[in-house]
Write a protein that binds this ligand. Structure first.
Ligand SMILES: Nc1nc2c(ncn2[C@@H]2O[C@H](COP(=O)(O)OP(=O)(O)OP(=O)(O)O)[C@@H](O)[C@H]2O)c(=O)[nH]1
Ligand SMILES: [Mg+2]
Length: 370
């Protein structure tokens, strides 16, 4: 495939978003998946000029997209003078570079998109440090794929041994920065540990909200604890764990924490980097798994959350909280689907309709839990 289009440079790149239905995608409804992708782009405040959605039956190891579809895409990018392509899927460093070369565009994959959103949403020192580590790890993985442009020798006359390549130099710099950030994180974690020990010593029951991003966790925390945590119609509004006291019928029952939302194909580097925040879940007595039941993909979203919890070795008593019940029509089919999840309740957190949940919490059988 020969290319003639020159690289274009401008301060406002012409951007195309490319939603791909990949063979590994297990969502029930691909339109909702693409809607989620557009929400990611919107949350990252990127304006786009064109959108293309396509289905591939297999993944091409070189370009991710198979030949015929790739040729159509090249034509589209040429015709519309596209400078930047945002892809809904995670790409390998190699695929990202090859696609960039053949399309003559800058390519951003799902991982980069999510990392940038996390970077914008992090407020606490801990959140910022965790995101920075994940960003640097991603940068390092991209450097590893880079070829000769980075590897000019920088040896000097009169200096023994081979010169260090620019790539090696940058990789080393990244590694050193990551090490420093990890040390900073350890210090921050110590204060978390102290607070946790105090809580455990006081035997304060701890409830954690978990769930897919945008399910309504923060809204629910606000209702249950009469707080005012940021709840927004954007993905990953919450990155920092907020903990509040929880009173039921006028009696203090324990504390409730909000956590970072999950999403399918969450970059592994981010899960790794956020392990210290997510470690709170290991000490929870009860998880409230908040599900946006109005999203057509809610069953696969439950699966995504469960897989991440399994990955983190978190196995705790759980209540399924089917939220946004105001946006669904009750049906026998839905009832049958929901009956697989026990114990469960329906809520409309935005309208403070949480009585079914409060009933469950009131009658929760384990004495030491609530
Ligand atoms: N219709 C409806 N909207 C709701 C309900 N609960 C929450 N929302 C809205 O859903 C959006 C997301 O709510 P959040 O509470 O921020 O969701 P979250 O799970 O904390 O999201 P992240 O922190 O981004 O993971 C907000 O615009 C809420 O107002 C509900 O029961 N019904
Ligand atoms: Mg939130």
């Amino acid at each position: 495939m020969s290319r003639t289009k020159p690289y274009i440079t401008s301060s406002h790149p012409k951007t195309l978003i490319l939603g791909i239905h990949a063979p590994y995608n297990r969502t029930n409804d691909i339109e909702s998946y693409f809607h989620e992708f557009r929400s990611l782009v919107k949350t990252n405040q990127v304006q786009y000029d064109q959108e293309i959605y396509l289905k591939i039956r297999e993944i091409d190891p070189t370009y991710f997209i198979t030949k015929g579809k790739l040729e159509d895409l090249i034509e589209e990018c040429d015709k519309n003078e596209i400078e930047e392509v945002i892809v809904s899927e995670p790409l390998t460093a190699q695929q990202e570079r090859n696609l960039g070369d053949i399309l003559r565009c800058r390519i951003f994959d799902r991982t980069k998109l999510i990392l940038e959103i996390f970077e914008k949403s992090a407020h606490s020192a801990e959140g910022k440090t965790q995101v920075q580590i994940a960003m640097l790890q991603h940068r390092k993985s991209r450097l590893a794929g880079k070829g000769i442009t980075m590897s000019q020798q920088s040896g000097m006359i009169g200096v023994k041994g081979p010169g260090e390549t620019a790539k090696e130099k940058e990789t080393r710099h990244i590694e050193q920065t990551i090490l420093k950030l990890k040390r900073d994180l350890l210090v921050i974690e110590q204060s978390r540990e102290t607070r946790r020990k105090k809580r455990l010593a006081n035997k304060v029951p701890h409830i954690c909200l978990v769930g897919y991003t945008n399910a309504g966790k923060s809204t629910l925390l606000n209702v249950l604890t009469k707080s005012n945590v940021l709840a927004e119609d954007k993905l990953f509004a919450t990155l920092d764990t907020t903990t509040r006291e929880f009173y039921l019928d006028g009696v203090k029952k324990g504390i409730i924490s909000d956590t970072v939302g999950f999403i399918q194909l969450l970059p592994p580097n981010l899960i790794q980097a956020f392990k210290s925040t997510l470690s709170e879940l290991q000490y929870a007595d009860l998880l409230l798994h908040v599900v946006d039941v109005s999203d057509k993909n809610w069953p696969s979203q439950i699966q995504v959350v469960q897989e991440i919890l399994d990955d983190l070795d978190v196995d705790k008593p759980m209540i399924y909280v089917f939220n946004k019940a105001d946006k669904v029509n009750k049906s026998l089919e839905l009832d049958i689907q929901l009956s697989q999840y026990q114990p469960r309740c329906m809520t409309v957190a935005s309208e403070k309709q949480v009585s079914e949940l409060l009933d469950l919490l009131r009658h929760w059988p384990v004495e030491q839990v609530i």
